[in-house]
Design a protein around this ligand. Structure first.
Ligand code: NAP
Length: 252
């Protein structure tokens, strides 16, 4: 996989899976814009770990529609154009039905859907409008095993990722005539800050045992599938959802 001469925007590229994606693209020749929410030190650390460049750290809250527009203006201004967009930024919120009051339930749904579904929809809009003008591009959206397996402690999270899958497949159909290809990667538990709060508890062993490999995934293993979907040759895989979950949850 060679991304020489390509420009990439990774949302939530400062930590975890997004960081591995940014490092993976840079190692294969791309210039990468590393978007982050508030952790500018982590974004700088990601850039410092990347080959090539010059790369760009760029703040922007994907749940804020005007911030998304600004993000695209900033990156297009710096790079002259964007070839590949990875919608990776995402959050998880516990809101177990029996434990939260109605207001907490509302706010969890709003916050999670705004960040994990409406935000990526706005990123896809800005990306696709830009790519239509350029004659093509790639969009890869990071979903989750939870879209298929269920998220009883965070139903908004499962719903947001199921919605992201459906949106990605609709856009794959809409955008193929414009030479824009849309793929999805659905990780299982992956060793990042987001998962640490549960992997570092006694439940961690139970989660690692869900895979016959007896472990969770690494950010690099998820990044590898993202890079594949963005690579030359993966065009006809548009609309696909790649599971990266160590056979912990199988669907066919
Ligand atoms: P993470 O370690 O918590 O990192 C989250 C990243 O997203 C950070 O770079 C963070 O920026 C950024 N971010 C959060 N909210 C944002 C917002 N509103 N606008 C812009 N950036 C925002 O998460 P991760 O585990 O790498 O997860 C990445 C993606 O994989 C998510 O979509 C997640 O749902 C999905 N996923 C993860 C797992 C897992 O087990 N880890 C499993 C399945 C799917 P700051 O550094 O500035 O905070």
């Amino acid at each position: 996989m060679n991304f020489s001469g390509k420009t990439v925007l990774v949302t939530g590229g400062s930590r975890g899976i997004g960081r591995a994606v940014a490092i993976g693209f840079a190692a294969r020749g791309a210039r990468v814009a590393v978007n982050y929410l508030s952790n500018s030190d982590a974004a700088d650390e990601t850039i410092a770990a990347m080959d090539g460049g010059p790369h760009l750290a760029v703040q922007g809250d994907v749940s804020d529609p005007s911030a998304v527009q600004r993000l695209f203006d900033d990156v297009i201004g710096a790079f002259g154009g964007i070839d590949i967009v990875v919608n990776n930024a995402g959050i998880y919120r516990y809101h177990r039905l029996e434990d939260v009051d109605y207001d907490q339930w509302q706010s969890a749904w709003r916050e999670v859907l705004d960040t994990n579904l409406v935000g990526p929809a706005n990123v896809c809009y800005c990306a696709a409008r830009h790519m239509i003008e350029r004659g093509g591009g790639r969009i890869v959206n990071v979903s989750s095993r939870g879209a298929f397996r269920g998220e009883p402690e965070g139903p908004a999270y499962g719903a947001s990722k199921a919605g992201l899958n459906a949106m990605s497949q609709s856009l794959a159909q809409r955008l193929a005539p414009h030479n824009i290809f849309v793929g999805v990667v659905a990780p299982g538990f992956t060793d990042t800050d987001l998962a640490a709060r549960i992997l570092d508890t006694p439940k961690g062993d139970e989660i690692r045992a869900q895979s016959p490999l007896g472990r969770v995934g690494t950010p690099e293993e998820v990044a590898y599938a993202v890079l594949f979907l963005a690579s030359d040759g993966a065009e006809f895989s548009t609309g696909t959802i790649i599971d990266v979950n160590g056979a912990s949850y199988l669907r066919s």
